[in-house]
Design a protein around this ligand. Sequence first.
Ligand code: SF4
Ligand code: MG
Length: 331
Amino acid sequence: MDLMLEVKNLKTGFDIDGQIYHAVDDVSFSVEPGKIVGIVGESGCGKSVMSLSVMQLLPKGIGQITGGEIKFQGKNIENYTNNQMNQIRGKDISMIFQEPMTSLNPVFTIGSQIEEIILNHNKISKAEARERAINLLRQVGIPRVETIIDEYPHQLSGGMRQRIMIAIAIACQPQLLIADEPTTALDVTVQAQILELLKKIQEQNNMSIILITHDLGVVAELCDEVIIMYAGKIVERTNVDKLFYDPQHPYTKLLMASIPRLDIEVDTLETIQGIVPSLKNMPKVGCRFMDRCPSAMPQCKTITPKLAEITDNHEVACLLFEASNSEKGVS
Ligand code: SF4
Ligand code: MG
């Protein structure tokens, strides 16, 4: 089966005072057609930088892809020009962000913003584009579509604006949707509705989705596969069942322990001590999680763990596993 997206050894660097620091450091993963892949980690772990790299929307003159490959439907796109990317962005791959107010244009009506993207990628009349916009707004569950289509973003609630962003993102029926913290800014009931909507649209359009989140609850709800990132690297990757029933990386285990659970009464939530190292303070060798890891060993300071398969479709980057592998004679 052809992959929808294949990222191989991707490195994305940022220029800080004339020196390049890598926010995404040798990351490889793939997304199959029709699957939802969650990318999870705290702020500053490289999740958003990775998706901006795929879209080639890194801040100009500061962020750049310095190595690796990005293949979309079998074609390498990492060296595409801005013109080439414009053909793909919004049409084949589209993106929704956390805060819809910053991505919607306040001076244009909802309808004109949806029509614009449809007209950019399709040779159809304005009337046909409006017709499609109306259908899209219905598809994403907007009430009173005939009125709202001529309203401005500020007239709508946060949840409604996020529905509009989803309508814009799926206007050209992309095969891949990247959703970066799509529900973080919304209240809990609206979050659930938006997640349900994404799932419904994914099934209707059979798209692939990359869902970036710091919330494992969202992952459990929606994803097929999960990637856990820490400090610019993937530390664990597997399917959603294995991740929840058999998490292996110490970081994943701590993330799990910090999810509020309805079935267990706890006095305090376990939160992870310490912070993600900043780009400038990233250790050159050893495990980047070392300072916060309850299982850290002396060698974690000097040996950099590699992502390796520990069981079928379950990869972990941690020396606890490399040690047991080498004892078993597996390299
Ligand atoms: Fe912890 Fe060492 Fe594993 Fe890193 S390599 S996660 S520090 S045990
Ligand atoms: Mg982010």
